[in-house]
Design a protein around this ligand. Structure first.
Ligand SMILES: Nc1ncnc2c1ncn2[C@@H]1O[C@H](COP(=O)(O)OP(=O)(O)OP(=O)(O)O)[C@@H](O)[C@H]1O
Length: 257
C-alpha cells in the first residue's frame, strides 16, 4: 500500500482544561477517503480531540495540519472553508425552521445564530436550495422537507444534524456519536448513511456502538485517559487485550464480534 498523505493529522497534541490535562501526546493521521472511528471509555478525551481538531478549543501544545497546512491556531470558522465540517448538535438545529430551511442555512455556511441577524435571512433560491435538496435526497428525508425540525423524530433529527455538516460540502466530516439515543432501526439507517458518505468524503466519527465501529471503519483509534491506546484495523483493535481491559465496566453497546 502506498503511503498516502493524511487529510488531517495531529502531532503530539495536548489540551488542558485549567490544570487538568485532558489530552496528551495524541498523534493521529486520517487518510483521505477512509472511514475512521474514535472509540474509548467515558472521559477518554474523544470529544476534546474533536474540539481541538475543529478549533472549538485551542491546543495547549502540538500541531494540527489539514492537507499539510498548519491549522493549529486557526479559529473554528476559519477551518470550515478549508473543508472540515462537524455535525451540529440537535440542540443547535433551528427547531422552528423546516428541514429545507435548516439545510439552506448550513449550505450558506451560517449557523442558526448567525442567521438570527435580522438582515440575513434564509435565501429562497439559488445554490443553497439546490444543495439542500441534494442533501435531503441523499439522507432520505425529502418527505419531511417542509416539516419544522422540532417536530421530527429523534432519528430524523440526528440525520438532519449529519445533513447540516454535509451541506457545507466538506471533504472531511466529523460526527460525534451519530447514533446516540437511537433505536435499532434508526441505528441501521445511520450506519448505511455513514458508509455512503464514506464513498466521497473522509469521515471521522466518535461512536460507542461497537457493532457499527467494527462493521464500517477502515481504521479505529482507541483512546484512554487522554491518550491513544491502540490504532489499527477493526480486527486488530477487536482482538487487543488492552482494549478489552480499557472497556471493562464501561459503556459499550452493539456486538463487537
Ligand atoms: N470544559 C471542561 N473543563 C474541564 N474538564 C473537562 C471539560 N470538558 C471535558 N473535561 C474533562 O476532560 C476529560 C475528557 O472529556 P471528554 O468529554 O473529551 O471525554 P469523552 O471521551 O468524549 O467522554 P464521553 O464518552 O463520556 O463523551 C474528562 O475527564 C472530562 O471530565
Amino acid at each position: 500500500m502506498s503511503a498516502q498523505a493524511p487529510i488531517l493529522a495531529a502531532d503530539k497534541l495536548a489540551v488542558r482544561y485549567g490544570s487538568f490535562l485532558a489530552l496528551s501526546d495524541v498523534t493521529l493521521a486520517i487518510k483521505p477517503n477512509t472511514i475512521h472511528s474514535v472509540i474509548g471509555p467515558n472521559g477518554a478525551g474523544k470529544t476534546t480531540l474533536f474540539h481541538a481538531l475543529t478549533g472549538r478549543v485551542q491546543a495547549s501544545s502540538g500541531r494540527i495540519t489539514l492537507n499539510g497546512r498548519d491549522i493549529t491556531h486557526l479559529s473554528d470558522d476559519k477551518r470550515v472553508p478549508l473543508g472540515i465540517a462537524r455535525s451540529f448538535q440537535v440542540t443547535s438545529l433551528f427547531q422552528n425552521l423546516t428541514v429545507r430551511e435548516n439545510l439552506r442555512l448550513a449550505a450558506q455556511g451560517r449557523t442558526p445564530l448567525q442567521a438570527l441577524a435580522p438582515w440575513r435571512g434564509v435565501e429562497p433560491d439559488g445554490e443553497a436550495t439546490v444543495i439542500a435538496d441534494q442533501v435531503m435526497s441523499r439522507l432520505g428525508i425529502t418527505a419531511v422537507a417542509d416539516r419544522v425540525a422540532g417536530e421530527l423524530s429523534h432519528g430524523q433529527q440526528r440525520r438532519l444534524e449529519v445533513g447540516m455538516a454535509v451541506a457545507a460540502k466538506p471533504r472531511l466530516i466529523l460526527l460525534d456519536e451519530p447514533t446516540s439515543g437511537m433505536g435499532i432501526d434508526d441505528i441501521e439507517a445511520m450506519k448505511a448513511l455513514i458508509r455512503d458518505l464514506g464513498r466521497d468524503h473522509t469521515v471521522l466519527f466518535i461512536e460507542h456502538n461497537m457493532g457499527i465501529v467494527m462493521n464500517i471503519s477502515d481504521t479505529v483509534t482507541v483512546m484512554r485517559a487522554g491518550r491513544v491506546l491502540v490504532e489499527g484495523s477493526p480486527m486488530v483493535v477487536r482482538d487487543d487485550p488492552e482494549v478489552r481491559r480499557a472497556y471493562l465496566g464501561n459503556m459499550m453497546t452493539g456486538d463487537i464480534a
